[in-house]
Every structure is written in C-alpha cells, then in structure tokens.
Design a protein around this ligand. Structure first.
Ligand code: ADP
Ligand code: MG
Length: 804
C-alpha cells in the first residue's frame, strides 16, 4: 500500500483526503461533487493554494501553483478537460508526496511502475489514470469479476429465467434520454456472438446521466466492435430474449487484439476508465507478478497454517489469473483474511495504546448519584444496572474510558448517560453531551432540567440557534468551570467552546457523527472519558469492524410494561383503514405520527410535498383533530416548537419527515403510519417505529407499501415479524449492504477490496482471534518485523478510509 499518510513538516497537507477527493471525483465522472462544506473544485483550490512548498524544487513548485490556480476555473471546464486536470493533479501529488516521504531503502512494493521493465512510460501514464503508480498499487488492483469461458453461454441457447454471462462484440450502441421520462437515461446495445444477436438495455436514473457528456462517453466506451461481457437474468421482451438490466463489462476495446483473453480460461475483469483497455492492465499485471517471486510472506507461518491459508505470492497470482475456481476461492480467502487481519491488528493496537494513557479516575459513589436514584420515578432494568456498573468500573480506572453503549430504541440509554454524567460531575469534572440534531439536544436538555434541577445542578444547551448573548454567557461559565454540564449539537465542537476541566464526553447516536467530529469534542479536554451511544444495533461483523477498538456494552432488555408494537404492511389502497385506526386512537386520547419519506430534504423528488400533504390531512382527512407539521427545512426553533407542542399533547397528529427518526420520546404516541415505507432501510424503519410503543399503551405501526415488487413486500414483512433490532439489522445487512444499514455517509467503514461484511463473517472472526492472540504474545510485533512494516503501510490506508 502506498504510504499516503506519512507526513513531513514541510508540506502540511491532508494527503489522504485530497487523494480520496480526487478518486471520488473520478468515480463520479467529474461532476464537481458537492461535499459537506464545499464543492470539489473549491476544496482543491483551497487545499492546494495554501500548501507551504518551500522545500520543493522551483519547477515542481510552479507546476503546483498552476494546478492550484486551474481549479478556480474547474466549473467552466468540459468533462475531458476536467479529467485531464484531475489526472495531472493525481500524478503531481503522487510525485511530490513520494519526494517528501522517500523511504531510505527501496522497497520492492513501492517501485514505480514506470521503472519496471516491460511497462514503460506510456503504459505507466495510463495506469496513473486509475490511480496506479507503484507495483503495490497494481498488484492490489483486483479484478472486479471473472469470466469463465468454459461456462459461457451462446446467445442462441439462452432460456428465460437463467442467470448468465455472455460475451459478444457490439454491433450497435445508443445512449439517450428516455422520450417519456426526462430523468431516465437508456443505454442500448446490440451484441453478437458466433451464434446470434441480442438486444440489451440498461437504465440509469438521475440528472448526471441525462448529460450529453456522459452519454457520449458511454457511446465511445461501447463503440461498435468492442468486446463486452453482459451478465444478468434472461427474460422475454417484445424484441425477443434479453437480459434484465444487465451488468456490462468491457473486455476489449474496438481494434485491440484479443490475445490477452487467452491468458486463462478464467479471465479477470478489471474496473476500467476511459482510454484504458483491459489488455493493458492484464499485460501489466502479468509483467509484475514475477517480481514477487521469493518475496517473503508477512503473515506468520503459524497463523497461515492454523487457518489453512495459502501463501501471499500464490494468492496474488491466483487472484489475477486463476487456474480454476478452487484456486480462486483459496486466493480470495487468503486475501480477505489479510484485509480483516491487518484491520483488527490496527484496531487492537489502537485500543492498547489508548489504555496506556492516563486519565483522572472518577468516583462511582457520591451524593449526586444517590439523590438522583432517590427521585427517579422508575427502577433501572437489570440490563441498565449492568451497563451502569460496567461504565462506573471503567471510570474508576486511571485510563480513559472508551465505551460504546448499544441499546435498541427505547431501551433507556438516556438515564444511563445521566448517571455517567453525574459520576463525572460529583468528582469535580465538567461533562458534555452531544446529540446529532437540535430536536434531540433540546429534548435531552429538557429531560436533564427536569431531573437535575432538584439536585441544584445547572445545565445549559448550546446549539446553532442559541442567541449571541446567551451563548457568550454559557461560554464564560464553561471556561471558568462554573457550568458543570453542557448539552448540545455540533455547536459544541466549535472553536470558541472551551472547558475548564472537561472530564467526560458523551456522544448520543454516535453513528451520526464522523470520527473527526467525535475526536474534536474529545480534544476539548485532557483525555476525557468517552461514552458513545447508539440505537442502531449493528451486526457483530460491523461492530468488530467499526468498533474493534472500543469496549461495548449492550442494553438488551426493554423497560417493563412496554407493549409490543403491532406492525402491519398495507398496500396503497388500504390507506383509509390506516386513517381509521388513527381516528380511533386519537379519540381515546392517544397521538399519532404520519411519516413522509422525504429522505434527503433537499431532493425535490416527485413526492407530495410535506406541506401539501399536511394541509390535505388537516382539512380533508382529520378536520376535527389538530395536525402539526415537522420537516427538515424548518428552522430549529420551529422544529422544536412543533415537537414540544406534540409532546405536550397540543397536537393530535404530527406529520413529519424522517427528522423524528432519532431519539424523539413522546410516550403517549401510539400510531405511526409510514408512507412509501419501501423507500427506507429496515433499520431506519425500525428506528422510526421506535417512536411509538414507548408508553404503557398498545401501539401500532403501519407500513404503506407503494411498490408492486415482491422483494419490497418481503423486506417490509421482516418488520412485521420481528421487533428485535439486531435481527432486523442483520437482515438489512444481507438485503442492502453495510453502507445502507448504517444509513450515513460518515459510516467510517474501511474500503475493503475483497472482503464482504455479509459473506465473510467467519473469516472476520478468525482474523480477529488471530490478531488478538498474536498481540497478546507480542504486543509490539517485535518478532515480526516484516508484518510490522506491512501493517504500518496498510494501516495508513485503512484508517484513512475510516477517518472520512
Ligand atoms: P433510548 O434508549 O431510545 O434513548 P430513552 O432513554 O429515550 O430510550 O428511554 C425511553 C423511555 O423509557 C423514556 O421515556 C424513559 O424515561 C423511559 N425509561 C427508561 N428506563 C426506564 C426504566 N428502567 N423503567 C421505565 N421506564 C424507563
Ligand atoms: Mg436516545
């Protein structure tokens, strides 16, 4: 792996982030992607312009400055011009970075591809377009798929219902916007093999694809005579048999020789970009593979033996050019093991390092906690008691706590947090509680006021909408130490916020925050204890991957007296029944949520707008009830007013977008109706549903399914059948993949090249165990210098993915 994160003081740039930004921009077809705070071009312009470059040769410095300047004009460039600029920038970054971090001894893996005999400058330039500069980059650029010529099907012999891969040459290609739907782009190919022809269509929804540039690019990619592999389900259409929205893969560009196809019976298919033929890549890989021979395997032999893993060199050879399916499977297993193993080593080492730091111990006993227990209107559940005990035990240690509390929605995490806060405060420290939304921060604040005012403990809330004067007052009291407890949103991590003695940080719904944001809050104290909480129960594979460096506590029990939530999946036509149920419940004094799926509030999809729907519900459906509205475009104080009105019972029905997903706690609400439920992930629906069933009344959740697909119905039925967040998350992981389960871009998952968190769970467990055993014996890996240096290189790369 390239040493992307080694830094020298002379150029203080965020290399990994820059490289990632460039890679993503490339992936997205140079659309000048809008990031969290700025556009791609603005970010590059700014980052590159401010780099201090004293130590570079003048010539390089000039190139650098020109590149920086060029990004100011990026929005006005054509797509090919943008691509050119991005490629040049990646090359420049790579060169400069290499100069600055030049390793003292040459490392075979870090050899520049241009220097390898048989590759040459031209090929190296092209490979650079794919971000491949070193031997290591190339070797670890794994095929995305394989085509087995032995199993290839002839077009004439296709039968509906089969899933097949066929290979043919393009006879005709067209790419155009659908005449009936301006948001739909269609790519049409006619493929031919020895036996016949087939017509294929692929559909792309979204504005990006409607652009001329993109469509032209597709036409070039699939120009006549290009050899293409198409995989998918065979189905009958008006034009005869076709493949259902097939996966397409260019094997050879028009005019290139087919020579490399004969490399093996199983041919690797690489992710490519314009102007690079698969042949170039295969030949380059073929060139560098022999250079690996005799290179020692960093994985300790005992581990390889214990887990039946083949050698690294063989695995790398086989992953590119497999002899047969068995060899390929073994190669994959070895390389997947590596991916998990190095990650787990990193995480476990990080945990160890963390435990070697010193934090002030916090006393678990004291007046505040006792008084708090005294006035709490309920008993803690056994699970809550256990988790509190685990936390208090951590706090007494002279090392910083780093614990994650997982608990299904409604399991009562807040009270556990409050006891933790009190423990820190009674030991003389300040504490901070950060939540992802203003609605949630305000709700915590009100709860804390209610619980802590009798203890004469001041608490304040800091969000983006706190007025300047109030804000100043809070910051003053915080800096002097007068204010022991502050609740808030991201506003807590702003620069002006300083604590006198911050001893504890609690982060609620932690998966909503990025690693950097969490770290920033932590940095406001000197090694404060950290407690993170999440209601998204994540499957063990995800937990080990994301939180392998944390201690984890589970609140696996709901408070007593909770009524199960009866969940029903209904079709669109059944809406009146749902409305009847709402009427019945409201008539009995209960309250209801109606959720509209404006997932990204900025998306102006063809959904009924929240406002129109609210008006319709108020005037046509529920004229006698009080119907409120809560959506993401409202300003924070409007949101808070709506939530509070609902909480106080001044509204009967709250029409809301997914802003209510996290944390909102109104026990009197007993019905949740979710429109277009099929558009949500299961875990997210489970979170939403957790807004009801929080009191002593039986509750109902109605999932309106507007999709006709069986898969959608089946997926939703998981919720009707289960109320176990872990089970649901596991199903979600299987059905939709890890990124979706976490439901956020900041999920912080590392980029595995091969490993799947769904299919490779066993391998992950093995790797975790192997890493733990090895570190238990040899924490610094003294006896394994090669493993240690490989780990260092890989860690830089892995953690880079997780930091973003
Ligand atoms: P979550 O884990 O989803 O954050 P909350 O902390 O909001 O859950 O708790 C949900 C509701 O349950 C709140 O109204 C809270 O006061 C109540 N609650 C918490 N613990 C208990 C308990 N042990 N017994 C009864 N009610 C409880
Ligand atoms: Mg909560």
């Amino acid at each position: 792996m390239p040493r992307t994160s080694v830094r020298r003081p002379s150029v203080s740039l965020d290399w990994p982030r820059l490289q990632r930004a460039l890679a993503i921009e490339t992936e997205r077809g140079f659309c000048n992607l809008q990031g969290k705070t700025s556009r791609f071009s603005e970010y590059l312009h700014q980052e590159l312009s401010q780099a201090p470059l004293q130590h570079l040769p003048t010539q390089v410095r000039d190139r650098w400055q020109q590149t920086a300047a060029a990004y100011a004009d990026y929005p006005n460039l054509s797509t090919p011009e943008r691509q050119h600029l991005v490629v040049k920038t990646r090359q420049l970054l790579y060169e400069v970075h290499k100069q600055l971090t030049a390793a003292p001894r040459p490392d075979p893996w870090q050899q520049s591809l241009a220097k390898i005999s048989g590759i040459g400058d031209r090929t190296a330039d092209r490979l650079a377009k794919l971000g491949l500069y070193t031997l290591n980059d190339l070797i670890y650029y794994f095929p995305r798929d394989y085509i087995d010529y032995a199993r290839q099907v002839a077009i004439r012999e296709l039968e509906p219902g089969q899933t097949v891969t066929l290979v043919g040459t393009v006879r005709r290609c067209n790419c155009f916007t659908s005449p009936r739907n301006a948001k739909l782009t269609i790519l049409e190919l006619v493929l031919q093999d020895r036996s016949g022809q087939i017509r294929l269509s692929r559909f792309y929804a979204g504005a990006r694809y409607a652009q001329r540039g993109w469509q032209e690019q597709q036409k070039r990619l699939y120009a006549p005579q290009t050899t293409v592999a198409a995989s998918g389900l065979v189905k009958a259409s008006t034009y005869g048999l076709t493949l259902d929205n097939p996966e397409l893969e260019v094997l050879e560009h028009a005019g290139a020789e087919i020579e490399s196809l004969s490399v093996g019976r199983i041919v690797p298919v690489y992710p490519l970009t314009e102007g690079i033929s698969p042949g170039i890549l295969r030949r380059a890989v073929d060139r560098v593979l022999p250079l690996l021979s005799g290179y020692p395997d960093p994985l300790p032999a005992a581990i390889a033996r214990a887990h039946g893993l083949i050698g690294l060199e063989t695995a790398l050879r086989q992953i590119h050019f497999p002899t047969d399916h068995d060899c390929l499977a073994q190669a994959r297993r070895r390389l997947i093991f590596d991916e998990f193993f190095y990650l787990q080593l990193s995480l476990l080492q990080r945990r160890r390092q963390h435990q070697q730091q010193h934090s002030p111990p916090v006393s678990p006993q004291g007046k505040l906690i006792e008084q708090f227990y005294g006035q709490l209107p309920f008993e803690l559940t056994r699970a809550q008691q256990r988790v509190v005990a685990e936390i208090l035990a951590d706090l007494q240690q002279p090392v910083p706590m780093n614990r994650l509390v997982q608990g299904d929605v409604g399991s009562g995490k807040t009270v556990v947090a409050v006891i933790t806060l009190l423990a820190a405060i009674q030991s003389g420290y300040q504490a901070a509680l950060m939540a992802p939304t203003e609605v949630l921060a305000e709700q915590h604040y009100r709860k804390l006021l209610e619980w802590l005012t009798p203890l004469h403990l001041p608490v304040e809330v800091l969000t983006g909408s706190v007025r300047t004067a109030k804000r100043r007052q809070i910051l003053d009291q915080l800096a002097t130490g007068e204010l022991p407890l502050l609740v808030g949103t991201h506003a807590l991590i702003q620069d002006g916020v300083t604590f006198a003695r911050l001893g504890l940080v609690i982060i609620d719904e932690q998966h909503r925050f990025g690693v950097a944001q969490r770290a920033k809050l932590q940095a406001k104290g000197e090694l404060p204890h950290v407690l993170t909480m999440t209601a998204t129960p994540i499957p063990r594979t995800l937990a080990l991957t994301l939180h392998g460096d944390l201690e984890v506590s589970q609140i696996d029990e709901l408070p007593p007296g909770r009524q199960p939530i009866q969940t029903t999946v209904l079709g669109r036509g059944d809406r009146p029944h749902a409305y009847d149920l709402i009427r019945r419940e409201v008539a009995q004094g209960r309250q209801a949520y109606i959720i509209l799926p404006l997932v990204e509030e900025s998306e102006k999809l063809d959904l009924k707008s929240a406002i129109a729907e609210h008006d319709r519900l108020q005037s046509d459906i529920f004229p006698n009830f009080r119907v409120g509205l809560l959506h993401g475009r409202m300003n924070p104080s409007e949101k808070d007013t709506a939530i509070q009105a609902f909480a106080k019972g001044e509204l009967d029905i709250l029409v809301a977008t997914t802003v209510v997903e996290v944390g909102v706690d109104v026990p009197n609400a007993t019905v949740m109706l979710i429109e277009h439920a099929e558009r949500f992930g299961l875990s997210q629906l489970h979170q939403l549903r957790g807004r009801v069933g929080r009191g002593r009344y039986p509750s109902f959740c109605i999932l309106l399914n507007s999709s006709r697909s069986d898969a959608a119905k089946q997926r939703l039925n998981v919720l009707a059948q289960s109320q176990d967040g872990f089970f649901i998350a596991e199903m979600d992981l299987r059905l939709r993949g890890p990124g979706e389960v976490l439901g956020t871009r900041q999920s912080g998952l590392p980029d595995f090249a091969l490993a799947s968190l769904v299919d490779d769970q066993d391998c992950l467990e093995d790797a975790r165990q192997a890493a733990a055993d090895l570190l238990a014996k040899d924490p610094e890996l003294q006896a394994y210098p090669l493993l240690r240096s490989t780990l260092k290189q890989r860690r830089d790369r892995l953690l880079e993915g997780m930091m973003n």
